[in-house]
Design a binder for this molecule. Structure first.
Ligand code: DQA
Length: 163
């Protein structure tokens, strides 16, 4: 999709197990279901998507680091690393792309250790608690923000030139 905004969707540890993983908490949708629904939403919105999932913190950091120059924005469900990873927070901050944090569950209503997010403060927004719909809502919010800011990948050029 030439000239369309490109968004990298990053999912962290254990999200590859969705569908089988504590379905009473996370629902019955698999990550493949979520990605296929998001692809439809992306088509409707006229944007393109890249997907990445890893259980390994360093791989998530590396993928986010590669996103500048390639994508216009990021949807990130850091999963458990939300609550522990300064490295992931620094990666989001360093890549300079607008990022929306996504959670299936309302982490603020769960165990206390899930109340803290290291990554939320370097994101432009945060969507949690709507199950698989959290991803669609986050995508819509990110696309609105990108459209308001300008043309695809313009942000990267601006950041490179320091404007
Ligand atoms: C999660 C919430 C995290 O606390 C948890 O560790 C996950 C999933 C969510 O999408 O609700 O793995 O990010």
């Amino acid at each position: 999709m030439a000239g369309a905004f490109k968004i990298l969707v990053v999912n962290g540890p254990n999200l590859g197990l969705l569908g089988r993983r504590e379905p009473e908490v996370y629902g019955r949708c698999t990550l493949a279901d979520i990605e296929s629904d998001l692809r439809q939403d992306a088509r409707r919105l006229g944007v393109s998507l890249l997907f990445f999932q890893s259980d390994v913190e360093g791989e998530l950091v590396r993928r986010i680091g590669q996103a500048a120059g390639e994508a216009d924005g990021i949807l990130l469900n850091p999963a458990a690393y939300t609550h522990t990873s300064i490295a992931l927070r620094d990666a989001v901050s360093a890549c300079g792309l607008p990022c929306v944090e996504v959670h299936l569950t309302n982490t603020a209503a769960r165990e206390e250790f899930r109340h803290r997010s290291y990554t939320a403060a370097v994101c432009i927004g945060w969507v949690a608690g709507f199950g698989a719909d959290s991803y669609r809502l986050a995508l819509e919010g990110l696309v609105r923000r990108l459209r308001a800011a300008g043309t695809p990948r313009a942000g990267i050029e601006k950041r490179r030139s320091g404007a």
